[in-house]
Design a protein around this ligand. Sequence first.
Ligand SMILES: [Zn+2]
Length: 215
Amino acid sequence: MGTNNTARTVVITLLSTALAMMATPAAMADEPKVLYLTFDDGTGTDTETVLDVLQGFHAKATFFALGENVTRNPAPAKRALAEGHVVANHTWSHKDLTTLDDAEFDAEVDKGTEAIRSIGSPSNCLRPPYGAVNDRVNQKIKDKGLIRKLWNVDTEDWTKPGADVIAKRIVDSPEGSVVLMHDGPTDRGQTVEALKIALPQLVQQGYEFVTLPPC
Ligand SMILES: [Zn+2]
């Protein structure tokens, strides 16, 4: 008797699992799952490689670029814009905004804005370097009519932990996450390889990759 009950429980469990698996794709079709891929500190030598990978998966991303990099070499940022990505402000040269006096703050942020305007980006989003903010910085960003954008998943790709590790952090991101990666200014080969691993898996799971609203 005990054995029969156990067998019955196993059958019921298997059936429930099968039904749950059948139900999931229908739910996914109704509402696509979204991730917001963001790339900081570019543009750089790997930006165009990142763009090539994104293109292969119809993925759109948000690039928080440094003004000095965009000004030095505008082509990658212009290509990103032309392909439907957002190019937003990550300041001129990546200084911690909480350490700057008013004049320095204005120079860093305004020159960053001018740089992205010069390549045709209308974005009003700003990501403060290191995510470093305080009440004063937040207020000054608001006073300039800019929108502060941080992240909730940090892949720590800049520590070069290996493409597999970065890919797992991307894939494991909760639905709707803002994922922090880097496309510059130096070698981001591991990030590129991680995208090649993660994006096909996420597409398979029904994910779409869109630019960060309202940037
Ligand atoms: Zn940064």
